[in-house]
Design a protein around this ligand. Structure first.
Ligand code: FES
Length: 116
């Protein structure tokens, strides 16, 4: 079972359990279920409002959730959080960006820190 710690300069840190074996639960869904006030609008990877910074606490895997969706890649580029070169490197190295869209990132079985 994954532990996800949500942290923000404005609120107290909150650590919650992500459902074991669920590969459909997004970081945003998990946050809303636990009353964590992440900003969001479209819930569909179009607006970029739910931008978060994610790091892995689980040293075993060193991966951060599932791969970036096409919408995420496009919005992160628009927001200037990743360059085209960084995106290409991520694909080659099979590593996701630390910047993610909470509505697009699916929680995997790893402990995460999510800054919002
Ligand atoms: Fe719009 Fe996530 S809520 S991109």
């Amino acid at each position: 079972m994954a532990l996800v710690t949500f942290t923000s300069p404005e609120y107290r840190d909150k650590t919650v359990y992500a459902v074991a074996g669920s590969h459909t639960q997004s970081v945003l869904k998990l946050a809303l279920e636990n009353k964590i006030p992440i900003n969001f609008e479209c819930e569909d990877g179009d607006c970029g409002t739910c931008l978060v910074k994610v790091s892995s606490i689980d040293k075993k895997h060193q991966r951060m959730g599932g791969p970036l969706t096409e919408k995420e890649k496009s919005i992160l580029k628009q927001l200037g959080k990743v360059t085209k070169e960084e995106l290409e490197k991520m694909i080659v190295d099979d590593l996701p960006s630390e910047w993610r869209l909470a509505c697009q990132m699916i929680v995997r079985d790893e402990d995460l820190r999510v800054e919002y």
